[in-house]
Design a protein around this ligand. Structure first.
Ligand code: HPA
Ligand code: ZN
Length: 352
């Protein structure tokens, strides 16, 4: 009896320690959509100040609608909420809310997606969107010390022509954008649909990323890395179906930005035990953990780490590798990377 009691005590202490370790470890977030960090309270506040009607009567009503059977169910609600964003200050508030949350999660560097077409197709100018977001990024750097970079995504359910026009707008703000990616409804919109525009993206010197292998097949990941020359894949979980692809991702050191709670909420996996993070780690894939659309999927980045660690029985060493991978996979300079890696090592050596 006493032994069982002692054993449980030790287990609990270990769990608490790992929990603290996860919460405190410095990390980078590499897959988060700024529009997906829009909290219901803020949606209502901005809707009211802009006089935009919402389909829902209250914050609670809206939250109740967050039950998704697939990616499209979610996107319909996500694009609906984004309609209240009209002015530069709205984009500023949205971004600042996220960066403060990131800081609270000990995210020291974040690479944030934005979807300009979600706004320009409603008549909001590209400049309004990008100025609001980047002003918040600058302020957050001084206020809370979070470093950040911006990634523009093309909506893949729209045409390549529309993506090309969006790229033209972005070229006037080249210094504010580090990489260009592809998001929205995956099935039926393979990376190859955007072959020409991504040739141009690379010529202009942007890094290429792409959502691939979330709901779509492993073939879409091949297209993203071979046709678009993506250097980082967002989600990429369907690579589990193709051992040759896993080898390729490892050999070419192409990171995967996995989002466990997103995959769970959009029914990409039945339960968190089926997220292939442990397998990716064992195969030497540069896998990272991220929140995707945290206000919709039940948790910011620490929650993704905590719930995945619990489901997959991840060790402290696994968590360290995931955090280290987040810096190795990020689009920062070697000098910046060295600073973050040293911070990580200091944390590891001083954590009790
Ligand atoms: N997948 C594709 N597009 C998206 C997502 C996602 O998880 N979140 C926001 N846009
Ligand atoms: Zn995403």
């Amino acid at each position: 009896m006493l032994r069982v009691f002692l054993q449980n005590q030790t287990e609990n202490t270990m769990d608490e320690n790992l929990k603290r370790y996860i919460e405190l470890i410095p990390k980078a977030e590499l897959h988060v959509h700024v529009e997906g960090t829009f909290e219901p309270e803020r949606i209502f506040e901005i809707a009211q100040r802009n006089n935009v009607p919402l389909k829902y009567n209250s914050v609670e009503d809206l939250r109740k609608a967050y039950k998704f059977n697939n990616l499209q169910d979610f996107l319909d609600i996500y694009y609906g909420a984004a309609k209240v964003l009209l002015h530069e200050q709205d984009f500023y508030d949205l971004t600042m809310d996220y960066l403060r949350k990131a800081h609270a999660n000990n995210v020291v560097h974040t690479e944030v997606f934005f979807d300009p077409q979600t706004h320009t197709t409603r008549g909001v100018s590209f400049v309004t969107v990008i100025n609001g977001i980047t002003r918040a990024m600058d302020d957050a750097k001084t206020e809370v010390g979070v470093s950040s970079k911006l990634i523009m995504c093309f909506l893949r359910h729209l045409s390549e022509k529309s993506a090309m026009e969006t790229l033209e707008s972005a070229l006037l703000h080249k210094d504010k954008i580090i990489a260009i990616g592809l998001d929205s409804s995956e099935n039926g919109h393979p990376p190859s649909k955007f072959f020409n525009v991504f040739n141009r993206v690379r010529e202009e010197g942007f890094f290429v990323v792409a959502h691939a292998g979330e709901e779509g097949p492993a073939e879409y990941i091949w297209e993203a890395i071979d046709l678009l020359e993506a250097v980082r894949i967002d989600h990429g979980v369907s690579s589990v179906d193709d051992p040759g692809l896993i080898e390729e991702l490892r050999d070419r050191e192409i990171p995967l930005t996995v989002c466990p709670l997103s995959n769970l909420k959009l029914k990409v996996v039945e339960n968190l035990e089926n997220i292939p993070v442990k397998m990716f780690l064992e195969k030497g894939i540069r896998v990272t953990l991220n929140s995707d659309d945290p206000s919709y999927f039940g948790g910011y980045v620490n929650n993704n780490y905590l719930q995945t660690a619990e489901a997959l029985n991840l060790s402290r060493n696994d968590i360290y590798t995931l955090a280290k991978n987040s810096f190795l996979a990020s689009f920062i300079t070697e000098k910046e990377r060295d600073v973050f890696l040293e911070k990580l090592l200091d944390f590891e050596n001083s954590f009790i």
